[in-house]
Design a protein around this ligand. Structure first.
Ligand SMILES: NC(=O)c1ccc[n+]([C@@H]2O[C@H](COP(=O)([O-])OP(=O)(O)OC[C@H]3O[C@@H](n4cnc5c(N)ncnc54)[C@H](OP(=O)(O)O)[C@@H]3O)[C@@H](O)[C@H]2O)c1
Length: 297
């Protein structure tokens, strides 16, 4: 039995889908008000709880062999990105869990002060020292984040690009990442390893609207405000809502820096997991190529 946290998220729902496609038992940790009907329909055992409640984590980890931790905090890095993962690890040890997969983030070891990055780094350290079998995956940005932008582009030609248009990234197919997370628990070469996880190519920010333009056959209209405008807006928000300003710090870190994998990192990933990472173009075409809509993806 797998326990998947963040099972209603972009990555988590893909992991649950793929596990059920291969007929594996999966307990999906979800919140009551979230949209978990699809997971239930696919035959996942739905566990309703809140990751900020240690007793829910204690219950959810009973009779579990594998944990895939892929929840995200949005706002509360201390309680959700940090504490919930520490509790999951402690209960995984107590329940003799065979393998723990933790979804971290690329650049977690660069000393960024954004709360999510700090929390993930501390969780990584705790997991490595825990004695559990683990795999830590450090992904770049997920390709599904591009789907709403691609849909808007398809309808209007507009693309909003904040900050330096030459910043590089290697956006990863969220479906490939789900595959890798699942394979990590049985792949002996992934035992107690850390992997950078990126897509097939290193792209500059301005490559994205170029790819959209090719896929949808229309001229892009690129709006490119500088990063200081975002900073000004964020400071303004801070006057009204300091917590939101702090959580926007993670987005600020993502906008201001480059997050791409080296050729060596992608080669290691592809050879360990025996797959070819998907390109952004292929991902967009697969989801939107025939005029499909992407609600909930
Ligand atoms: N998205 C990216 O580009 C990216 C890049 C690198 C790393 N990552 C990491 O990858 C992981 C997955 O990201 P994602 O984009 O798939 O996340 P997401 O779509 O934002 O989903 C977050 C998930 O966490 C759940 N969650 C949040 N707080 C919870 C709580 N208190 N109790 C129970 N569940 C809670 C949410 O449940 P609800 O449905 O109830 O809200 C949702 O299922 C995260 O750890 C993220 O930091 C993401």
């Amino acid at each position: 039995m797998f326990l998947v946290t963040g099972a209603t998220g972009s990555l988590g729902r893909r992991i649950v889908r793929q596990l059920r496609e291969q007929d594996s038992s999966v307990r999906a940790f979800v919140r009551l008000y979230s949209n978990y009907g699809e997971l239930e329909d696919r035959g996942a055992e739905v566990f309703i709880g809140d990751l900020t409640e240690a007793r829910d984590i204690a219950k959810a980890t009973r009779d579990i062999e594998y944990v895939i931790s892929c929840h995200g905090s949005g706002k509360d890095a201390q309680a959700v990105d940090y504490r919930a993962n520490i509790d999951l690890i402690d209960h995984a040890i107590a329940n003799n869990v065979k393998h723990f997969v933790f979804i971290s983030v690329l650049g977690v070891d660069r000393g960024y002060q954004a709360p999510t990055f700090k929390a993930k780094r501390e969780v990584e350290k705790y997991l490595m020292a825990s004695g559990l079998n683990y795999t830590i995956l450090r992904p770049t940005g997920f390709a599904n984040n591009l789907l709403p932008l691609a849909e808007r582009f398809r309808d209007t030609g507009l693309y909003l690009l904040i900050g330096d248009n030459q910043n590089r990234s290697s956006i990863v197919s969220t479906d490939d990442l789900a595959k890798i997370a699942i394979a990590s628990v049985t792949n002996s070469s992934a035992q107690n390893q850390v992997f950078a996880v990126g897509g097939a190519e290193v792209l500059t920010r301005e490559d994205i609207p170029r790819i959209f333009a090719e896929v949808f056959q229309r001229e892009p209209i690129i709006l490119n405000p500088p990063l200081f405008l975002f900073d000004g807006l964020r400071s303004g928000i801070g006057l009204i809502n300091p917590q939101l300003e702090q959580s926007l710090g993670t987005l600020r870190t993502l906008l201001a820096h480059e997050f791409y994998c080296t050729t060596e990192e992608i080669t290691r990933l592809e050879s360990t997991f025996n797959l070819k990472m998907e390109s952004v173009r292929s991902f967009i075409q697969r989801y939107l190529g025939s005029g499909l809509s992407t609600a909930n993806e």
